[in-house]
Design a protein around this ligand. Structure first.
Ligand code: FNR
Length: 330
């Protein structure tokens, strides 16, 4: 991979404190296993918004897959489908959602609501028609994070010939994605009138916002700091999870992403209240190294690792994972 693109994928905002914290937070969380109770077969399947998944590990929305592999997002979709899970297609995908949907599914579509409401609605319709089963609205990006690796590398635009294919308007031009500081809960209310798809808000860290998400009729939320790419210094996502899960109180599914690398990380996140997790950078690395098969194998390996550590921790099902199984190491 071009080192400039590798930096784009790997990097975070500012000093990359939050990027590192997402991973190191899991180092401090230790599993307190149960014994002699998880007898019988394990079953990792979950159901989210009516879709049955083979695993609670989903693919997070990430931009520009054609920079990682010549088959792009379509290969990621194929790999996720083969692993029996959801790929969340980024609004900054370099292939059209219709093409990605041909390669695999189930898909969800990630949206940065644009100030142009008619255009936003047009994008939602495309995602719906392509068969996407939920919308993921990213709310942690009123402005663009300062990614210093990209600034140093002069990486500001996609190379010639590549575009955000889902940003094409009626004239065929690919618009720039606008990070909208005017985005508020009212716009999510508007979005609710536009689509019947389940809506998840992505980028919740504060329990008060989690409560507001429920009150505004959101169908799910994703505890996330955008993989440390937006507010450097933001709390690690797994550290934010328990208070958010408590605020939500089981009313809607809570998902989490950021720093999840091993089965034990997934186990801890599920124990602390997540219904499912999403993985970002490792999927891009797998895509770059092995295309669709690489993505499939990565997701299967992570799922097999989860299965293994669940056996060791005394859990048969995701629902067996409860907060008492996690302790903070001193
Ligand atoms: C992202 N992320 C992201 N999120 C989003 O809502 N829309 C997007 O277009 C992108 N694009 C994007 C590009 C790249 C290169 C990365 C690494 C991340 C954030 C992503 O969905 C997720 O929150 C994090 O990647 C999770 O952290 P890990 O798994 O990468 O540690």
């Amino acid at each position: 991979m071009d080192p400039v693109h590798a930096d784009f994928f790997a990097g975070g905002a500012g000093e990359e404190r939050t990027l590192r914290a997402n991973v190191t937070a899991y180092d401090r969380l230790r599993i307190v296993p149960r014994v002699l109770r998880a007898t019988g077969d394990r079953d990792l399947r979950i159901t989210l918004f009516g879709t049955g998944l083979a695993t609670p590990v989903l693919v997070a929305p990430t931009a520009f897959h054609l920079l990682a592999h010549p088959s792009g997002e379509a290969a990621t979709a194929e790999g996720a489908a083969a692993a029996g899970t959801v790929m969340v297609v980024s609004m900054a995908a370099t292939q059209p959602v219709e093409r990605i949907a041909e390669a695999g599914g189930p898909l969800w579509f990630q949206l940065y609501p644009q100030p142009d409401l008619a255009f936003t609605e047009h994008v939602v319709r495309r995602a719906e028609k392509a068969g996407c089963r939920a919308l993921v609205v990213t709310v942690d990006s009123p402005v663009f994070g300062r990614r210093e690796r990209d600034t140093r590398n002069g990486f500001t635009d996609l190379p010639a010939g590549l575009a955000c294919e889902n940003m094409r308007d009626a004239t065929g031009r690919a618009r720039d994605i606008v990070m909208d500081p005017g985005l508020g809960w009212d716009r999510l209310g508007w979005l609710r009138t536009v689509t019947g798809l389940p809506i998840l808000v992505k980028g919740i860290l504060h329990p008060a916002d989690a409560r507001l998400a429920v009150e505004h009729g959101m169908d799910g939320l994703i505890v996330s700091n955008h993989g440390g790419r937006q507010l450097d210094g933001a709390i690690a996502s797994v550290d934010a999870l328990p208070a958010v899960a408590e605020a939500v109180g089981g009313r809607i599914p809570v998902l989490v992403d950021g720093g999840i690398r091993r089965g034990t990380d997934v186990l801890v996140a599920l124990a602390l209240g997540a219904t499912a997790v999403l993985v970002g950078r490792p999927v891009i690395t797998a895509l770059g190294g092995g295309g669709a098969a690489g993505v499939r194998d990565h997701l299967r390996t992570l799922t097999a690792d989860l299965d293994h550590v669940m056996a060791l921790a005394g859990a048969r099902r995701p629902a067996d994972l409860t907060p008492d199984l996690v302790a903070v190491a001193r």
